[in-house]
Design a protein around this ligand. Structure first.
Ligand code: HCB
Length: 213
């Protein structure tokens, strides 16, 4: 069942076992369980648990790296199936997304980008460690409906404010909606810096971008 597969995936990420994660994801595809739930309630739950133990000092950086590799191996297997679920013909609009300057955490941003693509948006993925000026340039070039940034650290989250400022300085702030996300980011932070959309996770991002489209 879904719960069993989610629990197995969570445990396999926590055991840093790439091969087991891959096996479970293949099995999940055959069993036709909900892939989004598997990513959020299985793989991500395992990743978060590893993050918590890293914070508590019971696990170390190599463990975090190993867990993120196991998670990515699973996501790689699930992504084609997720994308095949999409199939929407007409694009709902363009969304530019990237992980902010100084920040190399990309797993969450990649999941959000994939889910938005499946929901029918055209995605321009700027990658990670994206300079603030590059977001502004991408808004000028692609004229997206939404520009989203991901920040996983309290130190890089601050820079989401600079996106707001530089868009204003370029005179294009009103031409685009901004979206912010990443583990330390909150609705409160979005309100404080004047960002239009805060998304807690990939599902929330899809719901809110759909509402804005
Ligand atoms: Co990293 N790391 N890390 N890390 N890392 C965190 C983020 C800490 C919180 C861990 C801790 O100390 N408790 C911490 C940051 C502390 C702080 O706030 N200052 C931290 C640190 C300190 C570091 C290094 C500095 C460690 C070091 O070198 N000493 C270093 C960073 C270097 C740098 O960026 N310049 C580092 C490195 C790494 C890796 C490489 C080992 C690995 C990243 C691999 C990769 O992404 N390719 C990693 C990981 C995996 C984590 C944790 C454990 C998990 C992050 C993750 O992938 N979560 C994280 C602990 C945590 O977050 N609790 C830890 C799973 C995804 C699915 O969740 O939250 O990213 P998500 O995304 C969600 C959600 O936020 C939302 O939707 C996503 C899907 O549901 N969302 C958006 C995300 N982006 C969005 C954008 C939008 O517009 C909308 C919604």
């Amino acid at each position: 069942t879904q719960d069993e597969i989610n629990a197995k995936a969570k445990a396999a990420v926590m055991e840093f076992d790439d091969e087991l994660v891959e096996e479970i994801c293949e099995e999940a595809l055959e069993a036709k369980v909900d892939i989004v739930s598997l990513i959020q309630d299985g793989l991500t739950a395992g990743m978060n648990e590893v993050g918590d133990q890293f914070e508590q000092g019971t696990l170390f950086l190599p463990h975090v790296i190993a867990a993120s590799e196991a998670m990515s191996a699973g996501v790689a297997i699930l992504t084609p199936a997720l994308e095949a679920q999409g199939g929407s013909v007409k694009s709902k609009g363009t969304i530019v997304i990237g992980t902010i300057e100084g920040d190399i955490h990309s797993i969450g941003k990649d999941i959000v980008a994939t889910m938005l693509k499946i929901a029918g948006f055209k995605i321009v993925d700027l990658g990670r460690d994206v300079a603030i000026g590059a977001y502004v340039d991408a808004v000028k070039e692609h004229k997206p409906m939404i520009v989203g940034s991901s920040a996983l650290m309290t130190t890089t989250m601050i820079l989401q404010m600079n996106i707001e400022e530089q868009l204003k300085e370029a005179g294009i702030r009103d031409s685009v909606m901004t979206m912010v996300g990443g583990a330390p980011v909150t609705q409160d932070w979005a309100d404080k810096i004047g960002s239009d959309i805060y998304a807690e996770n990939a599902t929330d991002a899809v719901v809110k971008c759909n509402a804005a489209a």
